[in-house]
Design a protein around this ligand. Structure first.
Ligand code: IPM
Ligand code: MN
Length: 353
């Protein structure tokens, strides 16, 4: 297969983890005879510094040229505490999502047996937890009408029926491929937008009689996720709730550095870790590259390259079992491995397989 990949490494630890993600992608491609062409493009704080725009037109064109985008992370502390900044790195990510029509963000929360003790939750609660959060990505408060004054400000949580319907269809498709249990997460006891979600979902349920659909308020879902994470199979929710719940989900696994995601919609799909740019870790060779590498597995799987995806997952699991881990998940007394060493170990595993 021929694959054109846009590489958007972004800010902070982004370039370091991206280097390993690309190395793994290339190793698998060599093994299976796929021809990959890469094109790098600017985004985030980096792009603001160089061309004054966090998602420049040239980057957009590179994404359109590509079959898939491999994205790392954006964000820089110099913008975080400056509410007056006219342009922010995160706007680049949001512009990419909007311009590529990436309305469905797939965030799997999987656990690795050898890491359950790294979770702040009790082992017996976490072991075997395996669910997917499907987050709506191009609507809600992130993109609704806004006002930002000095005396008043608001964000509008707008959703239209077609927006709700299409994300629910994605969620039902995932549920059908898994344990056939869908939880629709909303705040229908308070929010009009949530009541629309619930109404549409209740209408659609009849089309999917083979899937058990239940409804949960988001506050309750946040609690249930740490009380009994194994309850969930597929959950679907709006943009803001999904943002919050998936950070919570990453704690179940034990490290934010382990969770990949795929964003799909009407144009080029994007594969990216769910974590941010972790500026404090930048340049120190300590960031966990596994979320980026697992995003590569999701990329292969998107193109139905199942063996390729499975090989990446196998190599990741082998590295964890061999205690080839970055410091935040390393066992006591085991040797130190950095971002590069973990990535290179995985590449070697793939080459020798
Ligand atoms: C995420 C991030 C982004 C979001 C930020 C960086 C804009 O937190 O992908 O979850 O809020 O969507
Ligand atoms: Mn987030």
């Amino acid at each position: 297969m021929k694959l054109k990949i846009a590489v958007l490494a972004g800010d902070g630890i982004g370039p370091e983890i991206m280097e390993q993600g690309v190395a793994v992608l290339s190793a698998v491609a060599r093994k299976y005879g796929h021809e990959v062409t890469y094109k790098e493009a600017l985004c985030g704080a980096h792009a603001i510094d160089e061309v004054g725009d966090p998602f420049p037109e040239e980057t957009f064109q590179t994404c359109l040229w590509a079959d898939a985008v491999l994205f790392a992370s954006v964000g820089d502390p110099k913008y975080d505490n400056d509410p007056t900044a006219k342009v922010r790195p995160e706007q680049g990510l949001l512009a990419m999502r909007k311009n590529l029509g990436l309305y469905a963000n797939i965030r799997p929360v999987e656990t690795f047996d050898c890491l359950v003790h790294k979770s702040p939750l009790k082992d017996e609660l976490v072991r075997g937890a395996d669910f997917i959060c499907i987050r709506e990505l191009t609507g809600g408060m992130y993109f609704g009408e806004k006002k930002e004054g000095t005396e008043e400000a608001y964000d509008t949580n707008y959703y239209s029926r077609p927006e709700v319907e299409r994300i629910l269809r994605v969620a039902y498709q995932y549920a059908r491929q898994r344990r056939r249990h869908l939880t629709v997460v909303d705040k229908a006891n308070v929010l009009a937008s949530s009541r629309l979600w619930r109404k549409v979902a209740q209408e659609m349920m009849a089309e999917y009689p083979d899937v058990e659909t239940d409804f949960m308020y988001v506050d309750n879902a946040a609690m249930r996720m740490i009380q009994d994470p194994r309850f969930f199979d597929v959950m679907v929710t709006e943009n803001t709730f999904g943002d919050i719940l998936t950070d919570e989900g990453s704690c179940i696994t034990g490290s934010m550095g382990l969770l990949p995601s795929a964003s799909t919609g009407s144009s080029t799909p994007v594969f990216e870790p769910i974590h941010g740019s972790w500026p404090q870790g930048k340049g120190l060779n300590i960031a966990n590259p596994l979320a980026q590498i697992l995003s590569v597995a999701m990329l292969f799987e998107y193109f139905e390259l199942k063996d390729e995806g499975a090989l990446v997952r196998e190599a990741v699991k082998a590295s964890l079992d061999a205690n080839v881990r970055t410091p935040e998940i390393q066992v006591e007394g085991a040797p130190h491995y950095g971002t590069r060493e973990v990535g290179q170990w995985i590449v070697k595993y793939i080459e020798e397989k």
